[in-house]
Design a protein around this ligand. Sequence first.
Ligand SMILES: Nc1ncnc2c1ncn2[C@@H]1O[C@H](COP(=O)(O)OP(=O)(O)OP(=O)(O)O)[C@@H](O)[C@H]1O
Length: 358
Amino acid sequence: MADLKIQGLAKSYKDVRVLENIDLDIASGEFFTLLGPSGCGKTTLLRTIAGFQHQDRGEIIVNGQRIDHKPAHKRDIGMVFQDYAIFPHLSVADNVAFGLKARSLPKGEIEARVNESLKMVRLDGYQDRLPGEMSGGQQQRIGLARAMAIRPTLLLMDEPLSNLDAKLRIELREDIRDIQRRLGITTIYVTHDQEEALAVSDRICVMNKGNIEQIGTPFEIYRKPLRRFAASFVGTMNFLPGQLEGGRLRVGSQSIDYPVDASGCVEVAIRPENVALASAPLQEGMVALKGEVLKITFLGREAHYTLRTEAGEIVAQVADPAQDFIGMEGRAVEVRLPLQKLVLFHPNGDVLDAGQAR
Ligand SMILES: Nc1ncnc2c1ncn2[C@@H]1O[C@H](COP(=O)(O)OP(=O)(O)OP(=O)(O)O)[C@@H](O)[C@H]1O
């Protein structure tokens, strides 16, 4: 079991600052995910923790001990890579044994650990195969078995599922989560896939341009975004321009009581699943906007309506659609935004108020 602290970490490539000033506190046994768009610095942070590259400043502390002066192979870290990084000319067993041989473990111990690791990733019986004879999902399982065989104190995973098709991705992510829970190994997982992050993580760290935007549980990140960036990057979020003045919120031509002590321009955000269409009775505490159906995307268990409203374009998600949509496009519709589901952002991107969403 290991906890990890990162303090004041910064890293530049030549003149370009890639990590600004990163502080993290990851608890023992936690499944902690770095989530952010391409180029935000996730891989750089992970590789710096692993010791494949060195920070310009800051500290990396595992169980109270600094590890940032140690070379990678002395950090006791297991790593799983996006492209598997397994040796094609070595058998499955030899691939998994690689780190154990490097550590000069006795032969019997190596064999026992290889078998145990392969069993864990459901590849028992494949010991003598070559990786080229196995599917992408199986190859990544070899990568995972190899990382776990050394019994690391930390497991780092860099986009381990990105090269797999959608169905396998879901299957393997469930397996990774189960193994991680069972072993209680502190895990740092990098992905740019927000759904994957929500599905597997204990906590998520949303990164943007080398900075941390927000750290929280999947629920907190989705429901209580602290910054516009996290709100827009995780899940779908609608944004409409609004105005706060004298305890009222104006959206489009509508104005409604909104007792917060602030005034000025705001961005009014709402998730598609919280936008109601006119069939629901108009209740107090709702903004009602006139709109028109531009497009409907039917996805089976739900449909997405793209709507033009007087305040801007938004998407409404209708669960379990009860009627066919032929002829609906172009129709006028009333769009309702429950106040308790609104999140208001300052023009600078900070959250201003999250009503009852909080
Ligand atoms: N060795 C390097 N030399 C110079 N610049 C680099 C190097 N490695 C990464 N970068 C730059 O640093 C920034 C962060 O890269 P990094 O790979 O950490 O991002 P990322 O969030 O993991 O992105 P991705 O999801 O695309 O892998 C990018 O702008 C990238 O171009």
